[in-house]
Design a protein around this ligand. Structure first.
Ligand SMILES: [Zn+2]
Length: 415
C-alpha cells in the first residue's frame, strides 16, 4: 500500500472537494479512553446495559452515571493537532470540505472546527433531550459538569483508572466558549435539530438492517418517572453499531484482561486472598443508587427525564446528518479525496462513503494507528492504486500531510 506523502500531497493540492471521516483513534491521541477499555472502571459492564434505550428505561441512574463519567472525561481531554488541522482545512476550503465524525466528545468543536462543516454522526455528549413522548425538548451545548449534584464524578474514585489518568488536564474556559459557539451557535443543524432520528432502511456492513418500519427509533423510547412505560412500538432490532471501532477494541482489551486474570487465578488458585481480590476486582464498581428525582429533568415539560443526545445501540443515525453527508458526496463536482482518520473505515456508514467517493473517481487516504491489512473497501482501493495509507498517530501525521493547504499549524495554539 502506498504511503508516499509526496504523491498524496500532490493529489491534495489539486483536490477541489474533500471529505474527512473521523473515528475514535483521533481522540485516543488526546488521551481520551475507550470508555470501558482495559483497566477502565466501567469495563465490567455490558454496553447493552449502558448505551441502549432499554438500558435507560430500566436503569436511568446507571446510564446517567456512565454518561456523566464520559462527559467529565471528555471535558478533561484537550483537542490535539489532528483536530486543529481539520478545523484549519475547513477554514481554508469553506463549503468544499466536510468533517464527518463518529466521536461524541466535542473535541473537534473545541478545536474551533467551523460548525457548518462538521457533522456528528453519533450525536454528542453535550446535547440533552427529553425522553417524554409528548415533548420535543432538546438543548445543545450543555457543558454543566455535573448535570445535577447527584451525578458529580468523584475524581478520586477514578484515581486508579489508568485510562482516566492519561487525560491531560482540565478544560480551559476558552475551550468551553469555543465549544458553545462553534457547535452550538446558530447554524443549519440547529435549525434542523428537531428533525429527529430516522429509522429508514439502513444497512450496516455486517448485514444487520432496519427496514424502516420496525426499527427502534429514539423517539419511540420513553421513560415516565411514574413507572408507566410506553408500549413498545415494534420489534426491537439491532441496527447500527454505535461507535463500533470503540466497541471492537474494548472487546479485544477485555479478552486480553480476562486471559491475564485467568492466568493469575490459576497461579493463585490455592490462595484464597488472591481469589477474593480477583472477585472484588470483577465487581461492578462505584455506581450509586441515585433516586430518579435527582437525575436531570426536562425544564420544558417538567415530566420527562433528560437523556444524553448520543446515538445508542438500536437507534438509527440522525437523518439530517446523513442527508447532509449524502448531499455533499453526491454533489458536483465529485469529491476528489476522502480522508479516513482514526478508524479503519470498514464499518458502515464509513465504508459506504468511501465506496461512493471512489465510484465517482475520488481517492482515499487512511490515517490510523493500525492500517488494517485485511480486506476492506478502503484497503482494497489503496492496494489497487486508489489511495494512500499512513500508519501512525493521526494527530502527528495529519497536520504534516495537510500542509500544502493548511500551512504550518500556528505554534501559539495550545495542543
Ligand atoms: Zn420534556
Amino acid at each position: 500500500m502506498s504511503s508516499d506523502l509526496a504523491s498524496f500531497q500532490q493529489h491534495l493540492s489539486s483536490s477541489k472537494r474533500i471529505i474527512a471521516l473521523v473515528g475514535a483513534g483521533l481522540s485516543a491521541s488526546s488521551g481520551l479512553p475507550t470508555f470501558r477499555g482495559s483497566g477502565g472502571l466501567w469495563r465490567n459492564y455490558d454496553a447493552m446495559d449502558l448505551a441502549t434505550p432499554d438500558a435507560f428505561q430500566n436503569d436511568p441512574s446507571l446510564v446517567w452515571q456512565f454518561y456523566s463519567y464520559r462527559r467529565h472525561a471528555a471535558l478533561r481531554a484537550k483537542p490535539n493537532k489532528g483536530h486543529y488541522a481539520l478545523a484549519e482545512l475547513a477554514r481554508r476550503r469553506p463549503g468544499q470540505f466536510l468533517t464527518l465524525t463518529q466521536n461524541v466528545d466535542g473535541l473537534s468543536a473545541r478545536a474551533q472546527h467551523p460548525q457548518e462543516d462538521l457533522l456528528c454522526l453519533h450525536g454528542d455528549l453535550f446535547t440533552v433531550k427529553c425522553t417524554s413522548f409528548m415533548c420535543s425538548y432538546k438543548q445543545e451545548g450543555v457543558l454543566d459538569d455535573p448535570l445535577t449534584p447527584a451525578l458529580k464524578v468523584d475524581d478520586e474514585e477514578y484515581a486508579a483508572d489508568p485510562n482516566y489518568k492519561k487525560l491531560n488536564g482540565g478544560v480551559a474556559t476558552e475551550d468551553s466558549d469555543a465549544l458553545k459557539k462553534s457547535i452550538f451557535g446558530k447554524g443549519p443543524l440547529m435549525e434542523q435539530r428537531d428533525a429527529g432520528y430516522s429509522s429508514g432502511g439502513l444497512t450496516t456492513t455486517d448485514g444487520l438492517t432496519t427496514d424502516g418500519t420496525d426499527g427502534y427509533s429514539s423517539s419511540s423510547s420513553f421513560f415516565f418517572p411514574n413507572g408507566y412505560n410506553a408500549p413498545p412500538t415494534g420489534r426491537k432490532k439491532k441496527t447500527e453499531e454505535v461507535e463500533p471501532s470503540v466497541i471492537e477494541k474494548e472487546k479485544e482489551e477485555e479478552q486480553e484482561q480476562e486471559e491475564q486474570e485467568e492466568q493469575e487465578e490459576s497461579k493463585d488458585n490455592n490462595d484464597s486472598h488472591a481469589h477474593a481480590k480477583k472477585k472484588s476486582r470483577k465487581k461492578k464498581f462505584i455506581t450509586k443508587d441515585i433516586p430518579i428525582d435527582l437525575l436531570p429533568r426536562c425544564p420544558s415539560c417538567k415530566v420527562g427525564l433528560l437523556r444524553p443526545g448520543v446515538v445508542w445501540f438500536g437507534e438509527a443515525l440522525p437523518f439530517n446528518v446523513l442527508q447532509r453527508a449524502d448531499d455533499f458526496i453526491t454533489a458536483d463536482p465529485p469529491v476528489d479525496l476522502i480522508l479516513v482518520i482514526g478508524t479503519s473505515g470498514s464499518v458502515w456508514p464509513a465504508a459506504g462513503y468511501v465506496e461512493q467517493v471512489a465510484m465517482r473517481g475520488g481517492k482515499v487516504a487512511v490515517f490510523n494507528i493500525d492500517v488494517d491489512e485485511e480486506s476492506s473497501i478502503a484497503t482494497d482501493l489503496i492496494k489497487n492504486g486508489g489511495g494512500w495509507a499512513f500508519q501512525g498517530d493521526a494527530a502527528e501525521i495529519l497536520p504534516k500531510a495537510l500542509e500544502p493547504i493548511i500551512g504550518t499549524l500556528r505554534p501559539h495554539r495550545k495542543y
